[in-house]
Design a protein around this ligand. Structure first.
Ligand SMILES: Cc1cc2nc3c(=O)[nH]c(=O)nc-3n(C[C@H](O)[C@H](O)[C@H](O)COP(=O)(O)OP(=O)(O)OC[C@H]3O[C@@H](n4cnc5c(N)ncnc54)[C@H](O)[C@@H]3O)c2cc1C
Length: 470
C-alpha cells in the first residue's frame, strides 16, 4: 500500500503532520503542483513565486535523501487539481492522499473537490492541520462563538490546553536509497526562479537559521527594537512562515524554550514576539470563521457604504513611493525593491493610503499581495482592514497615523529614509521629515496632499456614512 502527500504551503520535512502520518503508514511519494495561472489569479508576487519554487527544490532534495520522491506537476487552475491528484494517485496505486488543510475559501473548496474526486475513485483522503498552531475554531468564547477582538482571543488562546507547544514532529524515517530529485522549472509564468535569491534564502535550513539567530541575538530586545525600521529588530521569518519552510509550532516551541518554558510572563521581548505569532493565529481564525473575507468583503458591513476616492494618480504615486512624505515613500520603496516591508511601515503606508488619500483598502491590499514575498491572505487582509477601520479590532475611524510624527518617533535620525530615498541621502537635520520646507531638499517630490485638509475630508466622509446608519 502506498501513500501520496500533496504539499502546498507546508514545504518542510520537519513538523509536517500530513507527511509524518503518511510515512508512518507506509511507502510514500509526494507531489507539488506548479499552478502559475492560479498564482497569478491570487496576486501572488514574483518574489513569492520564485521563493516557493526554490523552496520546493530544497525540499525535493531533502526528501530524495530520505528515499522519498517529490513529483512536480504543472496544473492550470484549482479546477484542474482534482484530475491531476487523482491521476497521480492512480499511477502510484496510492490508497490514501494526505494533505495539510488550507484556510482561505478557494483553497478549501478546491480541497473539498479533490477529496470528493478521490472518494469517487475509491482512494482515501486524510486532512491534517498545520498552518496555525491551534486549528481554526479551537479558540471560542464560552458560548461557542468566535472572538473578534485580539486581547480576549489571546487570553483564551494562551489558556487552551494545546497552546503549550510540544516537541516538533521529526522528519520521516528514510524509506531507502536516495532517489533522483525532481526540480521546478527555471521560469514559471515569466518569473525566473532565481528572482530575489540574493535576498531571500530558501528552504528549511535557512528558516531554522533565521529563527535561531533571532532568538539568540535579537529576541530579547524585540519589544524595544521592533518598531525601528533601520534596525534588524524583527525576525524576518514571515516569508518562511508563508510558504511553510517553518511552522508556527516550531517558532513557538523555540521561543517557549528560550523564554524559560513560558509563553508569557517571561522576557518582555520574547513575550511580545510570541504575541505577534498569536496575531497571526488570530487573523487566520478570523478568516476561517468569516469566509466572506476571502471574497473581498469588509468585516464591518456598514463600511461598504464609504465613498472612497478614485484617484489613479494618487494611487500610482503611493505605489511608486512618490507621495512626498518621506517615511511613506521609504516604506513603499523598501517593498518595491525587496518584496518585504517593516511592520511599522506597513501600518504607516496603509494608513496613509486609506486615511489621508482615502483610497479603498482593497487597492492597497492587492498591491501588497502583488509585491510581498510573505503575502498571506489572512495577515494582509487583517492588516489592511485594521488600518482602514473596516475590520475586527480595527483602529477607530478617527485615528490616523501622521506620517511626519511617525518618522520623528520611529526613524528619528532619518537613517532609514536616507537609505531608501537617494534624493534625500544628504538631507540634514529636520529637513528629512518635511523636505518641502527646506531649500536643500526642495528637489524632492512635493507632498501629494495637505495632511490636515485630507484628514478633515476623511472624517467628513466617515461621518456621512455613519449618518446613514441612524
Ligand atoms: C497592512 C498590513 C499588511 C500585512 N500583510 C502581511 C502579509 O501579507 N503577510 C504577513 O505575514 N504579514 C503581514 N502583515 C503583518 C506584519 O507586518 C508582518 O507579519 C511582519 O512585518 C513580518 O516581519 P517579521 O517576520 O520580521 O515579523 P516578526 O515581528 O518577527 O513577527 C513574527 C511573525 O509573527 C507574525 N506577525 C507579526 N505581526 C503580525 C501581524 N500584525 N499580523 C499577523 N501576523 C503577524 C508573522 O508571521 C511574523 O513573521 C501585515 C501588516 C499590515 C499592517
Amino acid at each position: 500500500m502506498s501513500q501520496l502527500v500533496w504539499l502546498r504551503n507546508d514545504l518542510r520535512v520537519n513538523d509536517n503532520p500530513a507527511l509524518n502520518a503518511a510515512c508512518l503508514r507506509g511507502p510514500t511519494t509526494c507531489i507539488f503542483l506548479v499552478d502559475a495561472s492560479q498564482w497569478q489569479h491570487h496576486d501572488m508576487s514574483p518574489w513569492r513565486v520564485a521563493l516557493t519554487l526554490r523552496t520546493v527544490d530544497c525540499l525535493s532534495q531533502q526528501l530524495a535523501q530520505l528515499g522519498i520522491k517529490l513529483i512536480i506537476r504543472g496544473c492550470n487552475s484549482f479546477a484542474e487539481a482534482p484530475k491531476v491528484i487523482v491521476q497521480c494517485a492512480q499511477e502510484l496505486a496510492a490508497n490514501c492522499v494526505f494533505f495539510n488543510a488550507e484556510i482561505a475559501l478557494n483553497e478549501q473548496r478546491r480541497d473539498d473537490k479533490v477529496e470528493a474526486a478521490l472518494e469517487q475513485s475509491g482512494i482515501q483522503c486524510e486532512r491534517h492541520h498545520s498552518f496555525t498552531h491551534l486549528p481554526p475554531g479551537a479558540v471560542t468564547k464560552p458560548d461557542g462563538s468566535g472572538y473578534t477582538v485580539f486581547t480576549p482571543f489571546k487570553k483564551r488562546w494562551l489558556a487552551h490546553p494545546l497552546a503549550l507547544p510540544s516537541t516538533p514532529l521529526p522528519p520521516p524515517e528514510s524509506q531507502g536509497p536516495t532517489v533522483e530529485p525532481e526540480q521546478t522549472p527555471n521560469n514559471v509564468g515569466g518569473i525566473e526562479k532565481t528572482f530575489g535569491a540574493d535576498l531571500w534564502e530558501a528552504g528549511e535550513a535557512a528558516a531554522q537559521n533565521c529563527l535561531s539567530n533571532f532568538l539568540q541575538s535579537r529576541a530579547k530586545l524585540y519589544s524595544t527594537q521592533r518598531d525601528l525600521p533601520d534596525q534588524p529588530g524583527t525576525s524576518q521569518l514571515s516569508p518562511h512562515l508563508a510558504c511553510g519552510s517553518i511552522s508556527t509550532g516550531q517558532c513557538l516551541y523555540a521561543a517557549y524554550r528560550a523564554n524559560d518554558n513560558r509563553l508569557h510572563g517571561g522576557n518582555a521581548g520574547i513575550d511580545t514576539w510570541i504575541s505577534e505569532l498569536i496575531w497571526r493565529e488570530f487573523y487566520n481564525h478570523i478568516l476561517a470563521a468569516n469566509p466572506r473575507l476571502s471574497r473581498g468583503e469588509a468585516f464591518r458591513r456598514e463600511t461598504e457604504n464609504l465613498e472612497w476616492n478614485h484617484n489613479q494618480e494618487w494611487l500610482e504615486r503611493w505605489q511608486a513611493g512618490q507621495t512626498g512624505f518621506p517615511l511613506v515613500d521609504a516604506g513603499m520603496r523598501q517593498l518595491n525593491t525587496s518584496g518585504w516591508m517593516h511592520n511599522r511601515l506597513r501600518m504607516v503606508t496603509s494608513q496613509f493610503l486609506v486615511k489621508h488619500l482615502f483610497i479603498n483598502w482593497r487597492e492597497g491590499e492587492r498591491y501588497f499581495m502583488q509585491n510581498l514575498v510573505d503575502g498571506d491572505l489572512a495577515a494582509n487582509n487583517g492588516g489592511w482592514q485594521w488600518s482602514a477601520s473596516t475590520g475586527t479590532d480595527a483602529v477607530p475611524y478617527f485615528r490616523m497615523f501622521n506620517p511626519i510624527r511617525q518618522a520623528e518617533r520611529f526613524d528619528p535620525s532619518g537613517a532609514f529614509v536616507r537609505a531608501q530615498i537617494p534624493e534625500l541621502a544628504r538631507a540634514q537635520g529636520k529637513s528629512i521629515f518635511t523636505p518641502w520646507q527646506y531649500t536643500d531638499t526642495s528637489h524632492y517630490v512635493k507632498p501629494i496632499v495637505d495632511l490636515s485638509a485630507a484628514r478633515d475630508a476623511t472624517l467628513a466622509a466617515w461621518k456621512r456614512m455613519r449618518a446613514t446608519l441612524t
